[in-house]
Design a protein around this ligand. Structure first.
Ligand SMILES: [Zn+2]
Length: 288
């Protein structure tokens, strides 16, 4: 329980609260992808890789620039935790917080996932989402969030007095990345970052602002599809929370595998080129 306020509200409290919000970033100047150009070349393609992500575990995949990749629900409702890296540089990785600030709490059709500083460029563009009908529900919940982090053994230990569970998404991603790169586990762990929660249905409670989850509306056959803007190494965990309707960080929830499919289109979208690194000059205001 949070404590009651200690401070008496000022006389103009209601007026102060009634001030209308403004969107933080002037996203009118945010370059937007030409969705029609992407969609014109999708499905005229060849499947080049299919990866099964086992329930309560993770797996890596490669999506070269100019390829599409899909994350599919297969056997049952299941949430996935996605990490993305530049295929040749693990320090360029998906930046969940800035993507949230630029795009919103949840991502969907035509939204782009941005990379970390100093590159800050689109890594992937969402080209299809079979859950785009969901929108925001009466609780303020929506799918594919960039507000959660990833279930991890440290938070679990904090909340359960030292409890251990080794199939949290953080641990799954660490093991899969270590296996993919040959890095020792403790080094691979440093590259694991806040995720895109694929298919997860989440929001913040209106009264207390607490992060909530509810049963994902995803069903077998649903998918979220991306276009790779740069050469990508992806790492996907099938969250031990399953559809995230009850609990995670244990073996209690029903859990299913996920599938990743990578497609090479027969032609590239008209006018498309791999996204360039950010143009900001890195002198940080200091002469070089
Ligand atoms: Zn998880």
């Amino acid at each position: 329980m949070k404590p009651q306020p200690l401070t008496t509200a000022p006389v103009d409290a209601e007026a102060r609260k009634a001030v209308a919000p403004v969107v933080c970033y002037p996203v009118e100047t945010l370059p937007r992808p030409d969705l029609a150009a992407y969609r014109a070349v999708r499905e005229d393609w060849s499947l080049v890789e299919r990866v099964t992500v086992p329930a309560r575990d993770a797996a890596c995949f490669h999506a070269p620039a100019g390829h599409f990749f899909r994350i599919l629900s297969v056997d049952g409702p299941q949430v996935g935790d996605l990490n993305l890296f530049h295929a040749n540089d693990l320090t360029e990785r998906f930046y969940s917080g800035k993507t949230r600030a630029l795009v919103g709490t949840h991502v969907g059709l035509s939204d782009q996932l941005f990379s970390s500083f100093p590159t800050l460029r689109p890594m992937a563009t969402i080209t299809h989402d079979t859950l785009d009908w969901y929108g925001f529900d009466a609780f303020g919940g929506a799918v594919h969030d960039v507000i959660g982090t990833r279930c991890d053994p440290y938070t679990h230990s904090l909340l359960s007095d030292g409890g251990t569970y080794h199939h949290c998404c953080h641990s799954n991603l660490t093991r899969a990345l270590a296996q993919e790169t040959g890095l020792p586990l403790h080094e691979a762990e440093r590259h694991v970052h806040d995720v895109l929660n694929v298919f997860m249905c989440t929001g913040f409670t209106r009264d207390t602002g607490q992060y909530f989850m509810k049963a994902s509306p995803v069903r077998p056959g649903d998918y979220l599809e991306f276009f790779a803007e740069i050469d990508l190494l992806g790492c996907l965990s099938a969250c031990p929370g399953g559809d995230c309707s009850t609990v995670h960080s244990s073996d209690a929830a029903a859990c299913y595998p996920l599938m990743v499919e990578v497609y090479k289109p027969n032609r590239l979208p008209e006018g498309w080129a791999p996204s360039a690194v950010n143009r900001y000059d890195r002198t940080h205001g200091t002469a070089v």
